[in-house]
Write a protein that binds this ligand. Structure first.
Ligand SMILES: [Zn+2]
Length: 226
């Protein structure tokens, strides 16, 4: 499967939403949305994407991997499938462990699984990296239990983070920020949004469009009353 075909899968599954009009968390408006929650919605596609990551890992790391670890919750299904492919390619048992969200944004691996990390070579699988902060905290939890993180594998690296940032030899991804450029993603401050000016309806199914419209209505009502 080439990159164009894998992109088409993500468009089909509603992970990539192009030519839209959304309100982002930052309150900026955009013509593009990446809905990572949808990536797990079609197991058959996720299975194919996991195979791509596992191939990249095996090409560089060869046999040097024992465990896959993924932070909750979005990356768990992807990580488990990468573990499946690694076991098939390497013909040896590959363990999968999930790191769940704990207090104060840290991650926690349950004790029975955590003890299995000691001295083991671990691939950390993540769905999306942007600033990389959350991924780094998941890596910390692996290291705290004696795991050796040999590489990082992500579905989409949307940020400007690289292997060096994470302190690992390799950062593999199915898509990078550059790959998404074919959708010409743009963002604007709400007051400068050309889509608003042109009267394009706001997408209220994803992002923060609903809240934006509600606050706009409040403003209009207040003006009318005043
Ligand atoms: Zn707008």
């Amino acid at each position: 499967m080439n990159k164009k075909e894998t992109m088409e899968l993500l468009v089909e599954d509603g992970v990539i939403i192009a030519n839209t009009h959304v309100v982002l968390k930052s309150k900026d408006h955009s013509n593009f949305y990446f809905d990572k929650d949808m990536a797990s919605s079609r197991s058959f596609h996720l299975f194919q994407l996991a195979e791509i990551l596992a191939q990249q890992i095996v090409q560089k790391v060869n046999n040097g991997v024992d465990v896959v670890a993924s932070p909750a919750y979005g990356a768990i299904s992807l990580g488990a499938l990468v573990a499946y492919w690694l076991e098939r390619f390497l013909d040896k048992p590959i363990l999968f462990v999930a790191a769940e969200k704990a207090e104060s944004s840290a991650f926690r691996i349950r004790p029975r699984l955590a003890v299995k990390l000691s001295g083991k070579r671990v691939v950390v699988v993540e769905d999306v990296t942007t600033t990389g902060g959350s991924t780094k905290r998941a890596m910390d939890e692996v290291v705290n239990h004696g795991g050796i993180v040999v590489c990082l594998a992500v579905l989409c690296n949307r940020g400007n983070v690289d292997a060096e940032f994470f302190g690992v030899p390799w950062l593999f991804s199915v898509f990078s920020k550059e790959d998404l450029e074919i959708f010409s993603p743009q963002r604007w401050a709400a007051s400068e949004c050309p889509l608003c000016r042109g009267g394009t309806a706001i997408n209220t199914e994803v992002g923060h469009g609903k809240e934006f419209l509600a606050s706009e209505n409040n403003l209009t009502n207040n003006k009318n009353q005043g």
